[in-house]
Design a protein. Structure first.
Length: 146
């Protein structure tokens, strides 16, 4: 069992999660997850998310880690999809919990941790841009060039 600390600004909860559950969530994240570093002017918003067609998966993630959940219509398949998302420090903590079990997104996660070390520092624009460019290259690695 691992203690997973979920924290918000006002509340700290400790959840006991078996290693097998963490490994299961890491597998879901490897297959259906996304790491986001979304820049809005001089601010960057960090997030992790998982989209899935089964609401039970999203509910399990929400119960284990907190974060947000939503339902949206996926037009390509004309069906509803479900999304779980965690932002900022909570997302980083969850990603660190999943990290030992990640395979596909392990490099992206490592770059994200490096990027987060530069958060709030001045005069690090060049380093942050280099990290984002590396992460985008990893993300685009599996795409087909048409």
């Amino acid at each position: 069992m691992k203690n997973v600390l979920n924290q918000t600004e006002y509340l700290i909860d400790v959840f006991e999660l078996p290693d097998t559950t963490i490994a299961y969530f890491a597998g879901l994240f490897d297959g259906d997850g996304c790491i986001g570093l979304n820049q809005n002017g001089k601010f960057t918003r960090f997030s992790i998310q998982i989209d899935n067609s089964d609401p039970r998966v999203i509910e399990d993630l929400h119960l284990a880690f907190g974060g947000g959940k939503t339902r949206f219509k996926y037009m390509k398949w004309d069906r509803f999809m479900y999304r779980w998302v965690a932002y900022g420090k909570r997302g980083e903590l969850i990603l660190k919990t999943l990290y030992p079990y990640l395979r596909i997104k392990k490099e992206q996660a490592a770059l994200t941790f490096l990027y987060r070390q530069y958060t709030g520092r001045r005069n690090c624009t060049k380093q942050r841009k280099e990290i984002v460019d590396k992460a985008r290259a990893l993300k685009d690695r599996g795409k087909l060039n048409a």
